[in-house]
Design a protein around this ligand. Structure first.
Ligand code: RBF
Length: 352
């Protein structure tokens, strides 16, 4: 009700404005002209954060990229809405954004958004969506882009195994485990990230197994810490953490116990220098920027889905940070560099 009233009022205002424009004999240049009394909302973009930004760089990058693209074009506004951690509320929150008619584009990111956007799209077919880190094919109102997370996880597994092997060299009874703490289980985690991570470790030594733990949410640093303590007690020396705000607990526990952490999505070496021994990154800020520019130029191919990886420059392992150079031995650095060289030259093909 509230939104409907708001839209109607604004709609009338715009109608008067458009009539004035036509009478003045100068047409607008909008690629998506408003129909009837509907206001042209093309230049208003909503970014829906499924969670909170703090502690989740993948979401910070999303908002930063869209905002940067909008800032380059006069008259474009961006509204960032945090959806919070109650996932049961996300669909109704996205529905309310679509129902408001205020936004030409709703931008969001994570693999649960495709189902939500499909359902909202069925109710509000005029609403356009740009989804990152997820995949939807064939909906004429949704464009999606995801990352090759097999590559991203494989590179993380390779460094985790090299560091584990060095730490456990000469120790009796070490059984070659690489750790992973996830916020929750979801298909991209269970079918791509975890197996890719293990495959990367096994490319160093086929005997590696994975010690996989789940926090159950994306914020609980206390649970993150207790999982890490338990893993380290069980002989896991290196932990990849993909758990949002709970990562902080994993890092804290690892640094207290002399264990190591591999970071995901952004460069994490500065978080705890010496403890963080790897950063497998994706450039979601660049993806959000480029796709928003395409939307504003009217060239975003709605209905399509794309995937980008190392070869496209959207997935990488950061090895030129001085804190990485200080955190790992020259032998490990050389081995990881040779491995990355092979991936970039595509002489090593990472197949899912
Ligand atoms: N990643 C985060 O860093 N923070 C989050 O709050 C977060 N929430 C998620 C919620 C759902 C339902 C799903 C499926 C994934 C979530 N992710 C989150 C994981 C994110 O999509 C991505 O897989 C990881 O950031 C690794 O790139």
């Amino acid at each position: 009700m509230k939104f409907g009233f708001f839209r109607k009022r604004r709609g009338w205002g715009l109608l008067v404005f458009l009539v004035a424009l036509v009478l003045a004999g100068c047409g607008g240049k909008s690629t998506n002209p408003p129909s009837g009394a509907e206001e042209d909302n093309t230049n208003r973009i909503a970014v829906f954060i499924p969670g909170v930004m703090s502690g989740s760089p993948i979401y910070e990058m999303l908002a930063a990229g869209v905002t940067r693209a909008a800032a380059e074009q006069p008259g474009v506004t961006v509204t960032v809405i945090e959806g919070g951690f109650n996932q049961a509320e996300w669909e109704s929150r996205v529905s309310a954004l679509a129902a408001s008619g205020l936004y030409g584009l709703i931008v969001s990111s994570n693999p649960s958004l495709p189902a939500i956007a499909q359902s909202v799209s069925a109710k509000f077919p005029g609403q356009k969506f740009l989804l990152l880190d997820g995949e939807v094919w064939g909906n004429p109102n949704i464009y999606s882009l995801r990352y090759n997370q097999w590559e991203q996880a494989f590179m993380a597994g390779h460094i985790a195994a090299l560091v584990t092997a060095e730490i456990s060299a000469g120790k009796e009874g070490e059984n070659g485990k690489v750790g992973l703490v996830a916020g929750q289980e979801y298909p991209a985690m269970n079918n791509t990230i975890l197996p890719g991570y293990l495959a990367g470790a096994r490319s160093v030594d086929p005997a590696f197994t994975a010690d996989f733990r789940v926090v159950g949410n994306w914020f609980d640093a206390g649970t993150g810490a207790s999982l890490a303590v338990d893993m380290i007690r069980g002989g896991t020396a290196v932990i990849l953490c993909i758990a949002g705000g709970a990562n902080e607990g994993v890092v804290q526990a690892a640094s207290e116990a002399g264990a190591k952490v591999v970071w995901f999505d952004t460069n994490g070496y500065g978080i705890r220098p010496g403890t963080v021994v790897g950063s497998s990154v994706l450039y979601q800020d660049r993806a959000a920027y480029e796709q928003t520019k395409r939307y504003l130029a009217g060239t975003l191919p709605f209905g399509q889905a794309e995937m980008v990886g190392v070869a496209d420059g959207f997935v990488d392992f950061v090895q030129d940070d001085p804190r990485y150079l200080a955190a790992v031995s020259p032998e490990i650095r050389t081995k990881q560099a040779e491995f990355l060289e092979q991936i970039r030259a595509e002489s090593l093909r990472l197949e899912e």
